[in-house]
Design a protein around this ligand. Structure first.
Ligand code: NAP
Length: 179
């Protein structure tokens, strides 16, 4: 049997964080995203297709359904939470093991840490890459990306986009790899 991600040394293939974060660190407000940016939704789709997504129960409920072409591994302490079409796990550690098995069945070596904040906090020490969309706004919000040490990461790609003609926020697509 292949090793699971948590048995591998930190930063070795496996876990990728995908997040959109505002300039003030906000990632969510009132159970949803405090911006609309279709370019980011397209990028998230490209980054996640064919891979397992590890997410908290609230993030799953904001989406409201299993995302097509991906497998959702949803973490909750509620043993009654059992929507169809997803894998439910009681903590991050077992979710990681489940996601690595799902990834193998899907024929990929990667799984996605998909939020929210506690999931990102648990994923940060293990992830090999962060795919971050920087939203150049400072909205009010109740959910933030956790503090992390930028010195652990090197920026390997950046695309900057100005405010769109449709009023879409200025944003940057950034890839960070663990040093
Ligand atoms: N900008 C982005 O890229 C992005 C990405 C994802 C989410 N978001 C936003 O972030 C917000 C949701 O994030 P959130 O941080 O509030 O919630 P969340 O992480 O999605 O879900 C929290 C819930 O997950 C379960 N959970 C989390 N860690 C757990 C653990 N270690 N063990 C067992 N269960 C655990 C618990 O569920 P139970 O209460 O059921 O036990 C907890 O209440 C929304 O506004 C969403 O739109 C933004």
């Amino acid at each position: 049997m292949r090793e699971t991600w948590e048995e591998r040394p930190t930063g070795v293939p496996g876990l990728v964080i995908v997040v959109a974060v505002a300039d003030n660190g906000v990632i969510g407000a009132d159970g949803s995203l405090p911006w609309r940016l279709s370019a980011d939704l397209r990028r998230v789709k490209d980054l996640t297709m064919g891979k397992p997504l590890i997410m908290g129960r609230r993030t799953y409920e904001t989406i409201g359904r299993p995302l097509p072409g991906r497998e959702s591994v949803v973490i909750t302490r509620n043993p009654q939470f059992a929507p169809e079409g997803i894998t439910v796990m009681p903590n991050f550690e077992v979710a990681l093991v489940a996601a690595s098995e799902v990834a193998r069945e899907m024929g990929t070596d990667e799984g996605i840490a998909f939020g929210g904040s506690e999931i990102y906090a648990k994923a940060l020490p293990l992830a090999k890459r962060i795919e971050r969309t920087e939203i150049h706004l400072s909205p009010d919000g109740d959910t933030k990306f956790p503090e992390f040490d930028p010195a652990d990461w090197i920026e390997v790609a950046r695309e900057d986009y100005p405010v769109g003609i449709d009023g879409a926020a200025a944003h940057s697509f950034v890839t960070l790899e663990r040093r």
